[in-house]
Design a binder for this molecule. Sequence first.
Ligand code: PGA
Length: 258
Amino acid sequence: MRRFLIAGNWKMHKTVQETEAFAADLLPRLSAGSASRPDILICPGFPLLAAAHKAFSGSAVSWGAQNCHAEAGGAYTGEVSVEMLKSLDCTYVIIGHSERRAMFAETNQSCAAKIKAAMSGGLKPIYCVGETLEERRGNLTNDVLQRQIVEGLDGVEPGVDGVLTIAYEPVWAIGTGLAATSEMAEEAHAFIRAQLRDKHGEKTAEAVRILYGGSMKPGNAADLLKRPNVDGGLIGGASLEAESFAAIISHAEALAEH
Ligand code: PGA
């Protein structure tokens, strides 16, 4: 049984003050600890991580980063290492988000290096995959996903303890309000899990959580989360407001036995 992970990707939004205000708004909305509560994560921008650490310490909410560098340290102006993130008690790091692939030249190969660095440094990677609209229209979705999985996980040993999370984020659904239908999401998630099964075996495939990302909102979350291979959400826009993020968390909690 995989526990849901409800993760917020704040992208380049919010300030320190807004991070504090968000935490003050979100925390009272969460239910008292229960077995069915999902894992909850916020990934703010790097300069907000110290504020997230302060605001969420001791709560049900974890914090993580949106990117990291593959090298342990060195002359990489403007970059952030896994060790720096660990020193802020980050638990997760998003790797290979489509915005980073499209705008910052991330490749499956650079993702593989980052995933390995994250895992060996004790961070849990959330590896993002997903097709563009053109690729979906050209019937290339599975080819693209397969390549992203094979190349992005090259040399990665995901193990059986669920350290690796994959986020299926169809590029055409991100920030557009046009979420994938739950049928489309389930089909892609099942395909990704089958790839993991082929390469890493049944136990690993069952342990890896596969999140859906792309216009997940309170109104469509339950439908998506009901699907057997959808293990949570990576949420952009709807994670910026405590009310909508908490509503998605409640849906996951209600469906915990899925
Ligand atoms: P969205 O973003 O929920 O605003 O579509 C999701 C993401 O980019 O992770």
